[in-house]
Structures are given as C-alpha cells and as structure tokens.
Ligand binder design. Sequence first.
Ligand code: HEC
Ligand code: HEC
Ligand code: HEC
Length: 430
Amino acid sequence: MNAKRIALVVAAGAMATLLLAAGVVLRELHGHGAIAPIETSWSASSEQVTRGEYLARIGNCAGCHTARGGEPYAGGNAVNTPFGAVYASNLTPDKATGIGAWSADAFYRAMHEGRSRDGHLLYPAFPYPNISLTSREDADAIYAFLMNRIAPVKRENTAHTLHFPYNTQLALAAWRVLYFTPETFAPNASQPAAWNRGAYLVQGLAHCGACHSARNALGATIAGHAYDGAMMPLNDWYAPSLTARNEASVADWDLAQISAWLKHGISERGAALGPMAEVVYQSTQYLRDDDATAMVTYLKVLPVSETSLAPRASTDRKPETQGERLYGEHCKNCHGDRGEGKSGAFPALAGNRAVTMVNANNLIQVVLAGGFAPATTGNPRPHGMPPYYHVLSDAEIAKILTFIRASWGNDAAAVTELDMAKFRNALRTP
Ligand code: HEC
Ligand code: HEC
Ligand code: HEC
C-alpha cells in the first residue's frame, strides 16, 4: 500500500471508531424510556416498611435528601462537586413533585442504573455507582418505607447549577459509558457469610468508597484504588485511606474498638470528625450488632498498604517549647498532660492517626472550627471541642500542632503557618 492508501484506511478506521463510540453514547442517552406512572397507592407489610427504614439509614438517604431545616426527604440539599452543585431530589410520595407516581420498577432502576423515572440520566453525585449493588429486595423495602412512612411534601426539584459541558445529558452519557456499569453483588464463596454481608454493605448501600476512594479528574473512582483515601471536593476534608496502616485501616483495631467507633462515634483510638461524624450520626450508629460486625469483618481484611508513611520528624528538631506551653494553656484540661485523653469523652492525641497523618487538613480544621463528636445512643451527650480560630493565631496553632505531632511517641512532620493560611480564609468567608 502506498502512503496515501494507508492514510485513507487509518482515517476510515478512526471514523468508524468514532461513529461506534457515538452510537454507544447515544444508546446510553436514549436507549431506555420512561416507566409509566402508577395510579394506585402502593401497600406493603409493616415488616417490609421497618426493614426499609433501617436500610435507608444505612444508605444515609435522608442525609442528602433533606435540606437544612427542610422536611425529611423533600430534597433541595446541594451536593457540591468540582463541576458545580447537584441538588438532591424530592423522595417523598407526592405525586406531582416527588416519587408518588413511581412504581417499584422505576425506583429500582434509579438505584441500580442511575436513571430517573422519565428516562433521563442522573448525576453520580447521587452515589448510584455504589448503591447500584443493592438487591432488588432491599430496594423494594426502601421504596415501601418511603411510600408508606414519609409524608408527601409538594416541593419542585431545585435546578442543578453545573457548569458547561457537565450540565448536558450528552456529557453525562459519555461519562457513564466510560465509568459506570450497573452491577449486582456477587458473593465470594471462599469468604464467610459475615464478610460477604459486610462487603455488600460497605461497597454498596453504605457507599463508604464514595468518600474514601481516590477519584480521577472527571470525578470517577479509579479502578484498583478503592479506599485509597481522597480529598472531599470543596470542603477540604480528607477522607483517609481505609487500607493504609497509618491512616484509617482498622486491620489492627480490635472488633470492639471499631464497632464502638461506628456506633458511638468515639473509641480509645479516636473520634469521628466533620463529615464522618455526620455519617456516624445519620447512619452507622443505627447498625444492628450483626451488621456492624459484618462491616468490620470486611474492613479488617482489606489489603493493607504502608505506602503513605508519614515523613519522620527530623531528629535534630528543636523541642517545640512554645507549642508545649500553649498546649498546656488551651488543650491539656481535656486531652491530658500526656495526650492521653479521657475514655469516652476526649480523644487521646498520643498515638492518634488523626494527629499524625501526613495530610494535616482534618487536624487543622478541627482546631480552627472545633467540633462535636456525634450524638449517639452510646454517647448521647457528646463533649465538644471549642473552636480556636478567633482565640489563637495561625502561628500559635501551627506551634501547638507541631508539638502534638512530635510528642508522647508521635513522630510526624511539623505543621507550618503556611499550611494554615487557606483554612482561616475559608472560615472568614461564610
Ligand atoms: C451523597 C448524597 C446522596 C445520598 C447518600 C443519596 N442520594 Fe439520592 N440523590 C442525590 C442527588 C444529588 C440526586 C439528584 C441526581 C440528579 O438529579 O441527577 C439524587 C437522586 C435520587 C433519585 C432520583 C430521583 C428523581 O426524581 O429522579 C432517587 C430515586 C434517589 N436519589 C434515591 C436515593 C436513596 C434510596 C438513597 C439511599 C439509599 C439515596 N438516594 C442516597 C444524592 C444522594
Ligand atoms: C473542652 C474540651 C476540649 C479542649 C479544651 C480541646 N479539645 Fe480537642 N477535642 C475535644 C473533643 C470532645 C473532641 C472530639 C470532637 C469530635 O469528635 O468532633 C476533640 C477532638 C480533637 C482532635 C481530633 C481527635 C480525633 O480523634 O479525631 C484533635 C486533634 C484535638 N481535639 C486537638 C486539640 C487541641 C490542639 C486543643 C487545644 C488547642 C484542643 N483539642 C482543645 C475536646 C477538647
Ligand atoms: C461523606 C464522606 C464519608 C463517607 C460516606 C464515609 N466516610 Fe469515613 N471518613 C470521612 C472523613 C472526612 C474522615 C476523616 C475524619 C475522621 O477521622 O473522622 C473519615 C474517617 C474514617 C475512619 C478513620 C477512623 C480513625 O479515627 O482512624 C474510618 C475507619 C472510616 N472513616 C470508615 C468509614 C466507613 C466504614 C464508611 C462507610 C460506612 C465511611 N467511613 C463512610 C468521610 C466519609
């Protein structure tokens, strides 16, 4: 073949590939239609409704689908993404503005395939890439709960404020062709039943990976990097790696410690903070003992990596005497002389990974903004940590943090005034 013919063949091949790709995207876009609305209201057994209520808690559906100060499940809450805000929908059984006219088939399709009743594609800010694994039976129970237990609320869905081109169904269809295939949970026969139950919940309904898994520039989780840790978009919290020993791996926690942490939000090993405190408050505190044990069984045997070991503090570092003095003045009363904390009330800072992690974002935020451990039945009146942004300067906080990262056996690098700067600005602008 001469060069011209080769060029022609290559061009024809490229054209064919493009057309094929366009065909796949268009099929994603238009291949599935609306599911007919239902007329009659849907009834279910009270057992199914109760099970649905429990499962909805594990999925934290209310956490996203309830606006601050709004009616439960009536939607309107913004889920912020790097591409703009996506507003959670009205899931109350109102016929006109909620899911009152949805059949169980339409509801399952939304959870499993991320497609609304009228056929339009849903944004993965609704974590259906995880929730897809939920069984038909469990989806039906959640549907039964929403249709029978939640009061209908008339509230039109809020329009999303995504930037171009992310606001188009075509871009979403292309994204889905690349990154999403509906999946059902396939149990692993070589693992015990508890592991399988835990895998089903953690990977699916409880969508732990939605925050803890690393993502690419288009917001899709990266295959092979499940639970590797990720910055949460736009709020500067870091969801630590569930596989790294020095971040959030629970491989060497005992069962009681991690179950207590999931159900009470606090254990000798640390407290749940920020967005994780909300997950505990809204969701994991309600776990039945058998499901908590199942989750832990799965989490404990996730492969463990040592890759993100913190750089050691340099050995010739000067003792942080000013930091020590400030710690004595502001922190010692609660966290103890030697960072030992107080069981069930104030987390220990000695040996606490929230203190020593390479990524100091969470540490800085908890000291600037303070926080409450979540209120749970196991810890109904949690103690609070006061905010310090108006009490201490950046330089002072950096000194305290440098001190606690290098004391009582802790051995992590210093926090600098520069590390602090962007957080204080974020606190100042509401
Ligand atoms: C992290 C936040 C988040 C969680 C958790 C979440 N959702 Fe959503 N959900 C959303 C957002 C945002 C949308 C809107 C997506 C869109 O319009 O493209 C949505 C849309 C939906 C829809 C489609 C509604 C419609 O009118 O098309 C259904 C059904 C739904 N969610 C059910 C659930 C259920 C059931 C759960 C719990 C198992 C749940 N969601 C948990 C954020 C969430
Ligand atoms: C009035 C008691 C009190 C004081 C004073 C206090 N803390 Fe706390 N601290 C708490 C409580 C309660 C929590 C758990 C908060 C949560 O879960 O959101 C906490 C959490 C923390 C955490 C996160 C630990 C974890 O396991 O995630 C760090 C780090 C911390 N405090 C450091 C400090 C520093 C540094 C100071 C002084 C500048 C200080 N605290 C002063 C009560 C206090
Ligand atoms: C909305 C985002 C989000 C979701 C969903 C989420 N996490 Fe987290 N998680 C975080 C953040 C942020 C932190 C860091 C703050 C802290 O230490 O509490 C964290 C911390 C943790 C830790 C560290 C504990 C410690 O102190 O070392 C564990 C373990 C954990 N999460 C497990 C889970 C499990 C299991 C699930 C699912 C049931 C889950 N997370 C769901 C955001 C999330």
